[in-house]
Design a binder for this molecule. Sequence first.
Ligand SMILES: *[C@@H]1O[C@H](CO)[C@@H](O)[C@H](O)[C@H]1NC(C)=O
Ligand SMILES: *[C@@H]1O[C@H](CO)[C@@H](O)[C@H](O)[C@H]1NC(C)=O
Ligand SMILES: *[C@@H]1O[C@H](CO)[C@@H](O)[C@H](O)[C@H]1NC(C)=O
Ligand SMILES: *[C@@H]1O[C@H](CO)[C@@H](O)[C@H](O)[C@H]1NC(C)=O
Ligand SMILES: *[C@@H]1O[C@H](CO)[C@@H](O)[C@H](O)[C@H]1NC(C)=O
Ligand SMILES: *[C@@H]1O[C@H](CO)[C@@H](O)[C@H](O)[C@H]1NC(C)=O
Length: 255
Amino acid sequence: MFSKVLVTSALCAVAFASPFLPYSPGAAERPAEMKVLSDYFSMLGQKVQAGRQMSQAPVCNMANAVLPVASPTPLPGVSDGLKLKHVAIGRGIQNYTCSQTNATAPPVSIGAVATLFNASCVASTYPDLLTVLPNVALQFNLTSNDQPTLSPSYLTISGHHFFSNATTPAFDLNTPTLSLGFAPCMKNNTVPAPSGAPVGQGGQGHGSVAWLKLVTRDGATGNLEEVYRVNTAGGNPPATCAGMPAIFEVQYASE
Ligand SMILES: *[C@@H]1O[C@H](CO)[C@@H](O)[C@H](O)[C@H]1NC(C)=O
Ligand SMILES: *[C@@H]1O[C@H](CO)[C@@H](O)[C@H](O)[C@H]1NC(C)=O
Ligand SMILES: *[C@@H]1O[C@H](CO)[C@@H](O)[C@H](O)[C@H]1NC(C)=O
Ligand SMILES: *[C@@H]1O[C@H](CO)[C@@H](O)[C@H](O)[C@H]1NC(C)=O
Ligand SMILES: *[C@@H]1O[C@H](CO)[C@@H](O)[C@H](O)[C@H]1NC(C)=O
Ligand SMILES: *[C@@H]1O[C@H](CO)[C@@H](O)[C@H](O)[C@H]1NC(C)=O
């Protein structure tokens, strides 16, 4: 999320808990999920190792965060004069309707609901970890929209994403601990997720939702102006409505 507010660098250690798999309801259990997770935890292990070698805690400087570029077609860049204000991992569902009379009709998107988790420090300190986090997070279902931390990381909740009406994706970044603003948005640009994007939860599914550039509309607070959805994992519906119910959800995550 980009805004005109200058964000001061915060000194902050990226604190991860010990690398064991939390087998709780919603935890990943299938082999494809285990592969995603073991890669993640091995990367995490290397970071812990690297962290130990550093004499000081890693510095969380948002200026080090880099917006991923989609290929072959990139999204339009960030508008001049804006500063990066926040990086979040969003975890939730895409919501679709399906014709019950036309099996060849495509599903129609009717919005999304997701919980946002604060990844600003990961973005500035461990960008490679950030890149894989959406697909890792996709392997764990939320237990509620107010889940305080993102499994299996310890990123803390920083807001909610929802549609305030059919054409208004909104981001509420106000929580008891952080008040970054409210951003009702409209779509500015969309490009397909790059080839090689995750196929979906458990390695099964229909691919990852498009990358987006959104711009805020009337009602935005906190000087928030632009929002990007990148590094998407899952969320696509099947190509047609054959065999699908009238309303259904597809699990997704994104940066
Ligand atoms: C997540 O929830 C979906 C229903 O939306 C279910 O089909 C899936 O098995 C669940 N996945 C995990 C990893 O719990
Ligand atoms: C949470 O987000 C804020 C705003 O982007 C940032 O200043 C802070 O460092 C973040 N905290 C963590 C732990 O990432
Ligand atoms: C999906 O959309 C339907 C129809 O608008 C709505 O009733 C339902 O609450 C939505 N699901 C979620 C999880 O928001
Ligand atoms: C069913 O959907 C397909 C794909 O959108 C469309 O081409 C076709 O005309 C539809 N058939 C009917 C009977 O509406
Ligand atoms: C949806 O909400 C936006 C922002 O509040 C508003 O500008 C727009 O007119 C609304 N659209 C409809 C169809 O109600
Ligand atoms: C996207 O934003 C650019 C820059 O503000 C603007 O020129 C363009 O018209 C917008 N496109 C759409 C489809 O909103």
